[in-house]
Design a protein around this ligand. Structure first.
Ligand code: NDP
Length: 292
């Protein structure tokens, strides 16, 4: 028998999740603030609740996929959560995850916070690599792990309810830097006789080839020795940055997406770290160090 569950929020992500559970034979009760956006799921086999309270009362396992943390508070304001197993797939900060866990606990619910590492078309496709980070109640995760694994893979990252958001936001932040670089690269080639679709495969394979440098950075961070087995030293990299900036100027492209990172590396170089690689500059990002 498949675990029945309730899903609050049938936006782009919630709809994809509901479809994956329905396709796998799980009875699903859905609720959405704007009822018209949940109605189409009735035709696909979902029960549609007319209030959040009704959806919560329908099943022990209650999944939230709302816009942000404030919408979770709005949707569940005054709703009896006692005995509920709440799984919050809404993206938030680590502090919001911890506060929601305490909020759920005082209302008698078990709580798992989560971060979805996927976009909606990846949900329900086992080959897409989609997964969800979870943290909080290990009992809840063990009991409902099989149902949670239906729409996407699952990774439990600890009992601290802030950890799913911490991992999620760290990954999204790295992605943000990558997309900034991609945008700048396309800006450089755009006005020339280079077809973006011919350039894109080069970009994808180059980023893929460079990404494993994160393993070396992790080794440096763990040992605290930023100068061990350095492949590309900071003196060389900062000199190379001048070429990147000169090319931006030649091509009439604003350097605004590159300069914050480059300035950070220059400051670290000025502090005498030319023989290391870039990892030590992480110290400059520590706001408490800057305040000292
Ligand atoms: P949508 O904008 O498509 O849906 C937002 C949902 O939140 C709707 O159901 C909306 O209801 C509801 N909502 C908004 N405000 C409130 C409120 N005050 N009270 C009650 N319900 C409210 O967003 P997505 O489905 O794409 O995203 C949902 C979550 O999933 C977000 O936290 C997002 O960060 C996360 N996510 C999304 C990804 C994506 O690519 N889409 C990727 C990874 C994570 P209504 O229809 O009434 O407006």
């Amino acid at each position: 028998s498949r675990t029945p569950l309730s899903l609050l929020g049938t936006g782009a992500m919630g709809t994809a999740l509901a479809r994956a559970w329905l396709a796998a034979g799980h009875p699903v009760t859905v609720w959405n603030r704007t009822p018209a956006r949940a109605a189409h799921l009735a035709a696909e086999g979902a029960a549609v609740a007319t209030s959040a309270a009704e959806a919560v009362a329908a099943n022990r396992l209650v999944v939230l996929c709302l816009l942000d943390d404030a919408s979770v508070g709005d949707a569940l304001d005054g709703v009896d959560l006692s005995g509920c197993d709440l799984v919050n797939l809404t993206t938030g900060t680590p502090a919001q995850g911890r506060a929601r866990a305490a909020w759920a606990q005082t209302r008698g619910a078990r709580f798992l916070d989560a971060g979805i590492m996927a976009v909606p078309p990846m949900i329900g496709d086992a080959r897409s690599g989609a997964y969800v980070l979870y943290s909080g109640s290990s009992g809840l995760f063990e009991e409902h792990g099989a149902a949670l694994a239906v729409p996407a893979g699952t990774r439990y990252v600890g009992s601290d309810p802030g950890f799913a958001a911490l991992h999620d936001v760290a990954l999204l932040s790295a992605m943000s830097g990558m997309f900034a670089g991609v945008l700048h690269a396309f800006a450089l080639i755009r006005r020339e006789d280079v077809a973006p679709k011919d350039f894109a495969p080069l970009l994808v394979s180059w980023l893929g080839a460079m990404a494993p440098a994160a393993h070396k950075a992790a080794e440096h961070l763990e040992s605290g020795d930023y100068g061990k087995d350095v492949v590309s030293n900071l003196t060389m990299q900062v000199a190379g940055n001048a070429t990147l900036l000169a090319t931006a100027e030649e091509q009439g492209v604003s350097p605004e997406l590159l300069t914050p990172y480059m300035s950070l590396l220059e400051r670290w170089l000025a502090e005498g770290h030319g023989d290391e690689d870039t990892t030590g500059a992480v110290e400059l990002l520590d706001v408490r160090r800057a305040e000292r």
